[in-house]
Design a protein around this ligand. Structure first.
Ligand code: PLP
Length: 357
């Protein structure tokens, strides 16, 4: 069976660095907070060019502390999407605010033609998702936010490593939330994440991630425990120096898929302003369920990102709005295996099996 993801491959490729980094955490007896955390934050700042960085325990808590840092709370509305992992709107609700769902465009991004119509006096932020590994039109988003005095927050769980017009993800919003979940472009060996962006807001995010503390026993805000585990921090740092090579290989494979599959399937549309970082490679077809079974019978695991749009689930029913494009696409999408360690023969088997459908 060709698995959908290969969680060992990043470790095997960066093994020496990762083993040394973990040994250092044990030797220094430093498991949460402290210089190791500061080091990974510095590395992430250097890699992305962001003003500042607050590492944290997951992509989910990154979203929560980012919203808290922007002062989002009860009576505020946040415009976001439903075609995403549940963490995106969940973080809004966990801040006591109202998620206002926007439909998507042909790139699976928030449809920027619809955003302005959703803005009300209660709107505090636009929280978009860099769906599948590329960004929407950042300049247009920034203009909209400026005009209406809103915070811009990017859920970049899929897009770490992507650049918009040569500016890296991490520098394209007031705050950018990254996940280092093991399946992500750059995966830790457990939960981890970070928020990148404006120094003034990151300073607040750092307090919120650590019980609202500004010093050891002085609590300026009601916060949460969203600190990164130092084992995960050093794994992220160790992997960072290998990361561009992994993404480059994924791009090569994606190009090969697109060249060979575009006659038969809707393949990912690529934005003109950057090189897709392909967190996942998503095709569309009318016969999605039959295709998924056909591939399974050929020994290929697939996945669906995301099978249930958030707004149609019980938990988000209070914020339901009709989202025709989101709802139409959910039955058509299928994610096929894409990771840097796929071998040429696995790639050919995937392509042949798709073409024989
Ligand atoms: C779009 C999106 N946002 C947020 C998250 C949450 O990240 P984490 O699993 O690190 O909490 C994910 C991860 O699955 C995601 O895909």
């Amino acid at each position: 069976m060709i698995p959908f993801t290969d969680l060992q491959s990043q470790y095997q490729d960066a093994r020496q660095d990762i083993d040394a980094a973990i040994a250092r955490v044990i030797k220094e007896n430093s498991f949460i907070t402290g210089p190791l955390v500061e080091e990974v934050e510095e590395s992430l700042i250097k890699y992305t060019g962001a003003e500042a960085c607050a590492s944290c325990g997951s992509g989910t808590t990154a979203l929560q502390i980012a919203l808290m840092a922007c002062g989002v709370g009860p009576s505020d509305e946040v415009i976001t999407v439903s075609h995403t992992f549940v963490s995106t709107p969940e973080a809004v609700v966990n801040c006591g605010a109202t998620p206002v769902f926007c439909d998507i465009d042909e790139y699976y991004h928030m449809d920027l033609d619809q955003v302005e119509g959703l803005i009300t006096p209660q709107t505090k932020a636009i929280l978009w998702v860099d769906t599948y590994g590329q960004t929407p039109d950042i300049e247009r988003l920034a203009e909209l936010a400026k005009k209406h005095n809103l915070y811009t927050i990017a859920d970049a769980a899929h897009s770490f490593g992507y650049s918009y017009k040569n500016k890296r993800v991490g520098t394209l919003a007031d705050l950018t939330c990254v996940s280092f979940n093991p399946v992500k472009n750059l995966g830790a060996m457990g939960d981890a994440g970070c928020v990148l962006g404006r120094a003034d807001l990151i300073e607040r995010a750092k307090m919120f991630r650590n019980h609202g503390r500004n010093t050891r026993f002085d609590y300026e805000y009601i916060g949460i425990n969203a600190r990164i585990d130092n084992m995960q921090a050093v794994v992220v740092q160790a992997k960072l120096k290998h990361f561009d090579r992994w993404v480059a290989r994924k791009r090569e494979i994606a190009k090969y898929y697109s060249n060979n599959l575009s006659n038969q399937f809707q393949v990912p549309l690529e934005r003109s302003w950057g090189d897709h970082s392909f967190y996942v490679y998503v095709i569309e077809t009318d016969k999605r369920d039959a295709l998924q079974k056909h591939l399974y019978d050929k020994g290929i695991q697939t996945n669906i990102h995301y099978a249930n749009p958030c707004h149609t689930t019980q938990a988000f029913s209070p914020w339901y709005r009709k989202l025709p494009k989101t709802e139409r696409r959910v039955d058509r999408i299928l994610s096929i295996p894409l990771y840097f360690s796929l071998t040429d023969s696995q790639i050919d088997h995937i392509v042949d099996s798709l073409r024989n459908f």
